[in-house]
Design a protein around this ligand. Structure first.
Ligand code: UD1
Ligand code: UDP
Length: 382
């Protein structure tokens, strides 16, 4: 049988973290697959640190990132760049991940070349077109283009079935983020920074970056943080600030020069994952962090009005608090003052994966292309 040419396409930090386990797994099957990696580099530094960590050298790098890039910039540059790469390599299948603009353009470019599309982390939905923006539409459009859907959970599978995707095109695999996390968090991890090695107070870890939160919603979040810092001197806030200049501007206006708030550069994935493991509480609008923290038994307050990841909310380790200053402050206060409430949320649960998602995805691909006798077992938390 001839080798199947697989091209993975991604561009941002979270896609790289979650696609890395798939690439490493594909490379274990050189008889079946010839794997190439194309990055749009919609992110630059935040992408490169993940590639270094997982020792992945892209075969193609479109290097599209520009400061303050718009959705039009990313979409047009990625689409034109990917056209050339796909024309040259002519892969049998393109794998994209999640819901970024790179994800959608990767799927669209593959479709224009009539190449099979595999969607990793398929089927997440909020049902709200503008939340998150533009990710909800990116993931729905990618879903419309996908031929193979790797749904992380049963809920994601049900979303796809409701949209008319046929059952045999969906594999419930778990989320590869748990594969990456399990390879990265260690009890004896030492940070490069003294600040992070010498933390003696309770750690509140914060990240924010959502486009729909830019402006007043983000300001409101930071006002709540300021209040938390003022009222809880036995806690310190570690805030690796996303590189988006629009985020940075609001952060420094609201949170600059507060002794208990450490505004630091985005951390590389390895220290960040280990810092989550060291945190008492996490406040975030991130998708990936919502999946990782429950696995580490860390309560999460989600700074958004909707989530496409309801599983941990149901499990009780994640609460949606939105961007209202008072609501965020009181939810954080409750967890910092009431040990019973804290313990209720601090259970380690793994609704998102068991560390074998990449193996299931690659097994599904081997089965699809006739290299394996059976499909993978379905990921289940039951
Ligand atoms: C993007 C994705 C979002 C994902 C997020 C993960 C889209 C539309 N958005 O949002 O779905 O959740 O990544 O973080 O696809 N920058 C740098 N260096 C970097 C990365 C970013 O300087 O390594 C700056 C640049 O000025 C860039 C800006 O951040 O223009 C915004 O990056 P962009 O990818 O457009 O949006 P994100 O908010 O990062
Ligand atoms: N992350 C990281 N360094 C940081 C903040 C986050 O490595 O300073 C990781 C985090 O562990 C998770 C991923 O980045 O795996 C989430 O990325 P982000 O929040 O940017 O995007 P989203 O998941 O919301 O799309």
């Amino acid at each position: 049988m001839r080798k199947i040419k697989v091209m993975t396409v991604f561009g941002t930090r979270p896609e790289a973290i979650k696609m890395a386990p798939v690439i490493l797994e594909l490379r274990k099957f050189p008889v079946a697959f010839e794997t190439t990696v194309a990055v749009t580099a919609q992110h630059r530094e935040m992408l490169d640190q993940v590639l270094r960590l997982f020792k992945i050298q892209p075969d193609f790098d479109l290097n599209i990132m520009s400061a303050g890039q718009t959705l039009f910039d990313i979409t047009s540059r990625a689409l034109l760049g990917l056209n050339e790469i796909l024309a040259k390599v002519q892969p049998d299948i393109v794998l994209v991940h999640g819901d970024t603009t790179t994800t959608f353009t990767g799927a669209l470019a593959a479709f224009y070349h009539q190449i099979t599309v595999g969607h990793v982390e398929a089927g997440l939905r909020t049902g709200n077109k503008f939340s998150p923006f533009p990710e909800e539409i990116n993931r729905r459009l990618t879903g419309a283009l996908a031929d193979l859907n790797f749904a992380p959970t049963e809920t994601a599978r049900e979303n796809l079935l409701r949209e008319g995707v046929s059952a045999e095109k969906i594999f419930v695999t778990g989320n590869t983020v748990i594969d990456a996390l399990q390879q990265t968090v260690r009890a004896d991890f030492t940070f490069a920074e003294d600040l992070l090695n010498n933390l003696s107070r309770r750690v509140i870890l914060v990240t924010t970056h959502r486009r729909e939160n830019l402006g007043e919603p983000m300001r409101n979040v930071y006002r709540a943080l300021k209040q938390i810092a003022a009222d809880f001197p036995d806690a310190e806030i570690i805030f690796p600030v996303h590189k988006n200049p629009k985020v940075r501007e609001i952060v420094s206006a609201e949170l600059g020069n507060l002794a208990q708030v450490h505004l630091i550069e985005p951390l590389d994935y390895e220290p960040f994952a280990n810092l989550m493991n060291r945190a008492t509480l996490i406040l975030t609008d991130s998708g990936g962090v919502q999946e990782e923290a429950p696995a580490l038994g860390k309560p999460v307050l989600v700074l958004r009005g909707t989530t496409e990841r309801p599983e941990a909310v149901t499990a009780g380790t994640v609460k949606l608090v939105g961007t209202d200053t008072e609501k965020i402050y009181s939810a954080a206060k409750l967890l910092l003052t009431d040990a019973g409430e804290y313990q209720k949320m601090a259970n380690a649960v793994n609704p998102y994966g068991d560390g074998k998602a990449a193996a299931r995805i690659v097994q599904a691909m081997r089965w699809h292309y006739g290299f394996a006798d059976q499909p993978p077992e379905t990921f289940s938390t039951k």
